[in-house]
Design a protein around this ligand. Structure first.
Ligand SMILES: Cc1cc2nc3c(=O)[nH]c(=O)nc-3n(C[C@H](O)[C@H](O)[C@H](O)COP(=O)(O)O)c2cc1C
Length: 286
């Protein structure tokens, strides 16, 4: 504890001392429906206020070879919790990171429920990064409205957004100081983290149950914004076998035309959140 406090103290001095030299931070973000992006934007605003320069890279659009890793002091990865894990697209991205630029990494995740069962969600991601010589010093989970199966009412939604926003200044400061903060999941969360990986296979089949109803006007927005290029738009929408179950197509469709066949119809929320700050198109940078 004393040592921890001392390290923190030195880091604080280093930070004040380095204040004249701007820190450069890069954040790789995956956000299915904009909740994670919402949180990252709030934290990024706070970084700027601390004189930290932030570059954000959407994971699904980033060519790793084009990222100037050597110009960054810190790397971040932000993701939504999917079945007690980081989504597969995030793990695959981490596997491609170069192994010759060891760096300190911070993780930001959003989950639809403040429940300790989610606490091990970063385990596989941290292992993948460790194999690449990256050191994860920070792993913060925030709670945002759920985009899957269970919809919160507007007052709960507003409360979640307010809490996440209020935490952003402290998170930005802790990351800038490179303060160590990693949570340890309990046995149940570790088991769920393992079992949850079945979702990677399950979502391929659930994705085949997606279809467009008569309201589809073939605008092609769903196909354009799918992070897995799983949708072919034409006279009829065709869903391929690469769905990541991120839910983006369901909620970004202006006609609300994309549905899910039974027995999985329940995963789509009856109505997307009315809260304007959660507009999927605004927060997913499509
Ligand atoms: C397929 C899927 C699985 C999910 N699994 C969990 C989960 O295990 N625990 C949880 O708390 N929330 C879970 N959620 C809810 C999301 O983590 C939460 O709403 C998140 O903030 C969505 O972020 P995004 O909009 O950036 O994708 C899940 C959502 C989806 C789509």
């Amino acid at each position: 504890m004393v040592n921890g406090a001392r390290i923190c103290y030195y880091k604080r001095i280093k930070f004040i001392y380095c204040g004249v030299n701007m820190k450069n931070v890069c954040i790789f973000v995956f956000s299915g429906t904009g909740m994670t992006q919402y949180v990252v934007d709030k934290i990024a605003q706070q970084f700027e206020m601390l004189d930290v320069k932030v570059d954000q890279y959407p994971i699904e659009k980033t060519q790793i070879q084009q990222v100037p890793f050597n110009t960054y002091d810190l790397l971040g990865i932000a993701y939504p919790v999917h079945a007690f894990n980081a989504p597969k697209i995030v793990i695959n991205f981490a596997k491609q990171l170069p192994a010759d630029v060891p760096s300190n990494v911070f993780l930001i995740s959003t989950a639809g429920e403040n429940n300790p069962v989610n606490y091990s969600s970063s385990k596989l991601l941290i292992k993948t990064l460790r194999e690449k010589n990256y050191h994860v010093f920070y792993d913060k989970q925030l709670y945002m409205p759920s985009n899957f199966a269970v919809q919160y009412d507007e007052s709960t939604t507003a409360a979640y957004l307010a809490t996440a926003t209020a935490k952003a200044p402290q998170i930005a400061q802790e990351i800038t100081l490179e303060a160590f903060d990693r949570r340890e999941g309990n046995v149940l969360s570790k088991c769920m983290h393992l079992i949850g990986r079945a979702e990677w296979f399950g979502c391929i089949f659930i994705g085949k149950l997606f279809y467009a109803d008569h309201n589809c006007n073939h605008c092609g927005l769903c196909a354009k914004s799918c992070p897995n290029q799983n949708i072919i738009s034409g006279a009829q929408l065709h869903f391929k076998w690469h769905c990541g179950l991120c839910m983006r197509c369901l909620y970004i469709c202006p006609q609300h035309a994309i549905q899910v066949h039974q027995p999985f119809a329940f995963i789509k929320l009856g109505e997307w959140y009315k809260n304007e700050e959660l507009a999927v198109s605004r927060n997913t940078k499509v």
